[in-house]
Design a protein. Structure first.
Length: 226
């Protein structure tokens, strides 16, 4: 008989719970501030956080031009993932983090899952800041969770290959999501954030070759064969 009183978070790896609580907690604070909790200054908490932690392509260009990379500015390569424009903006990130974060952590390891998440966030920011010339700062955890989608795609890709099925089927999810983004962009107008999302996906997929169980040994073995 199943225990209906069991905590649903018990099934999630602790690191996924910590990340989810951090992302949701930050948004809850912003929502509370917007409703007057915390005093008059609380209304501007979200804007202040965006100014402090969002990834600014213009700031990145200045860093590259001057060759100076202050730690606080480099932190933006990751910190932008924890700040969102609103509850709806955050919700997609939270859902994919809980679902795919659990799956990747169990298939690889918790450390590997965190590596995929943060490397994908950095890759998304770098692609956004160098491949295009956007005028809008990058915010939200989309590139990071797209990295988890990349890791999930790798899991499907290896599984389909092991049973002799067509591996291209593993890319159905990312093709669907990119298609939805394209449609929404055409109908309602959108920025170039999809570049960061796609870079995050690619980083997550490629990194999985290294951080999946036995992945590093396979890479070394292939390098020695050459």
């Amino acid at each position: 008989m199943s225990d209906h009183n069991q905590n649903p978070f018990n099934a999630l790896p602790p690191v996924v719970v910590v990340l989810a609580v951090a992302i949701a907690g930050i948004e809850i604070v912003f929502q509370a501030g917007a409703r007057g909790f915390g005093g008059a200054d609380a209304v501007g908490w979200r804007l202040e956080a965006l100014n402090t932690f969002a990834f600014s392509p213009q700031l990145w260009d200045r860093m590259v031009d001057t060759g100076q990379y202050p730690p606080a500015a480099l932190l933006r390569l990751v910190s932008y993932s924890f700040v969102h424009l609103g509850f709806g903006h955050m919700l997609f990130v939270l859902v994919f983090l809980l679902a795919l974060g659990k799956m990747v952590a169990e298939a690889f390891s918790s450390v590997a899952m965190v590596a995929v998440l943060f490397v994908s966030a950095v890759a998304g920011a770098l692609a956004y800041g160098t491949l295009i010339d956007p005028q809008v700062a990058l915010v939200g955890g989309y590139p990071a969770v797209y990295g988890l989608i990349g890791a999930y795609t790798y899991i499907l890709w290896t599984g389909l290959g092991a049973i002799g099925e067509q591996r291209l089927r593993a890319f159905t999810l990312i093709a669907f999501l990119m298609g939805i983004q394209l449609v929404f962009g055409l109908l309602f107008g959108g920025g170039l954030e999809w570049v960061a999302d796609l870079a995050g996906f690619a980083a997550g997929f490629l990194l999985s070759f290294l951080v999946s169980p036995g992945g590093w040994q396979r890479v070394l073995s292939r390098m020695r064969q050459r």
